[in-house]
Design a protein around this ligand. Sequence first.
Ligand SMILES: NC(=O)c1ccc[n+]([C@@H]2O[C@H](COP(=O)([O-])OP(=O)(O)OC[C@H]3O[C@@H](n4cnc5c(N)ncnc54)[C@H](OP(=O)(O)O)[C@@H]3O)[C@@H](O)[C@H]2O)c1
Length: 257
Amino acid sequence: MKVAIIGVGNMGGAVCEGLFNKGMDNQFQITAADASQEKLELLKTKYPKLDITTNNQQAAKGADLVIVAVKPWLVQPVVAELQMSQSQIYVSIAAGVDFAQLESYTGLNAQPMYRVIPNTAISDQQSMTLICKSHTTSEQDALITQLFGSLGRVLFIPESKMAAGTALASCGIAYVFKYIQASIQAGIELGLTAQEAREITLQTFIGATTILNEHGQHPAIEIEKVCTPGGITIKGINQLEHDGFTSAVIRAMKASM
Ligand SMILES: NC(=O)c1ccc[n+]([C@@H]2O[C@H](COP(=O)([O-])OP(=O)(O)OC[C@H]3O[C@@H](n4cnc5c(N)ncnc54)[C@H](OP(=O)(O)O)[C@@H]3O)[C@@H](O)[C@H]2O)c1
């Protein structure tokens, strides 16, 4: 199966690297196209089996699956240039460009299409990737799940929920970094070194997400376990609420829609 990746910047480059790092090049023949010859050559040096070209049309020609990962405002001219056929699977990694727009750009009716929104953890194959689909078969869905599943966790959602999902995952990762940064700052004020505060915070995050992933219960149950009556944790939790923590997170997510 031939896969073309058009645009190998942050997202397209991470998809390309992830596929090679996960050994998917045994299954897929991968071609990367980009405006930057330098970026292409860097990838080629790392992954000699990668085919590279600055000609988008050439990359897409004969590909079974075409992944377009350019900036949203470049999607229309790039897609027009590709001249895709009805039989090619089109994967768009562009925030905010919907199926109606994509179909008007390709000029094709009922082409199998996916909108895929990873987050930046795709660089370490730990993405939360949201996918919605249009005119696809279950075999194609399985293929996309396998491909992006090798780069993290995937969740299929209706197109109407993509903006909400993007706020939680693609923007949300920045809010998680913000909490981590704040925790490290607090640790330093409390007398820990930056390195100690970082290590403690990161492992605490891993622990919390592992508990919730493994046992599937509501976070409130885990918070209650830590809150001894009259103890120090409930004092901190209440202070967070006095300072509007829950409201601040909800408002941040809504602002990102
Ligand atoms: N970053 C995120 O967290 C995130 C999350 C979800 C979705 N997305 C979506 O991912 C898409 C790509 O974002 P990104 O952050 O990866 O952007 P990026 O780093 O700028 O990557 C885009 C790449 O496309 C190249 N390019 C520009 N014009 C081209 C053309 N005509 N033909 C082929 N390649 C061309 C760029 O080269 P030059 O640099 O030389 O121009 C660059 O290497 C966006 O649509 C964005 O909405 C991003």
